[in-house]
Design a protein. Structure first.
Length: 177
């Protein structure tokens, strides 16, 4: 019988990192949960950030072959999220944002939204927002995509949503200085 997700390795240091391999596309994926990324803002957003981790992943492709659809990627990441959140507790909040450095944030957001549809009917809740900002040094606007994942039965979910809306706007504003 074949598994419906890839096996993975979990490593703990300051961050918690999971690694798995897609043989179909010859890609290694790293899924990381970091507690320190937003600690600077803890006093301003205590409910949101008290039990929060930044959630991110990266991949490294080892061959030049064309990438094929791999139906085990999302189930593996979903399994990893559940494993980590079971470890971290019911009040855990996973924060993510779509990187804007290469201007592919809209594509990343679409991918997260597709995955979010698969979370429906599970024990997890996914919430996301899009913010468009005019940067002073640029003539065009930039779309920022933020989201969080938590348990449906997180006792602080309403306060987390409330703080999240303010938090996302706050962290992308240019800082006076």
């Amino acid at each position: 019988m074949t598994s419906n997700y890839y096996s993975f390795i979990k490593e703990e240091d300051n961050d918690v990192e999971y690694t798995f391999y897609s043989e179909i596309n010859d890609i290694i994926y790293n899924v990381t949960f970091s507690i320190d990324d937003y600690s600077l803002y803890l006093n301003d957003f205590p409910t949101l950030l008290q039990n929060s981790y930044s959630f991110g992943f990266r991949s490294k492709k080892f061959s030049q072959k064309n990438t094929k659809k791999d139906n085990l990627i999302f189930p593996t990441i979903y399994k990893i999220i559940n494993d980590f959140m079971d470890y971290a507790g019911k009040q855990t909040v996973l924060l993510y944002h779509c990187d804007v450095a290469d201007d592919k944030q809209t594509y990343r957001n679409k991918l997260f939204n597709n995955w979010g549809k698969l979370v429906n009917g599970t024990n997890l809740y996914k919430h996301s927002v899009e913010t468009e900002i005019q940067k002073t040094e640029q003539s065009s606007k930039i779309n920022y995509y933020f989201g969080f994942i938590t348990f449906l039965d997180n006792p602080n979910i309403d306060k987390v949503k409330q703080e999240f809306e303010s938090f996302t706007f706050y962290i992308i504003q240019p800082k006076e200085g």
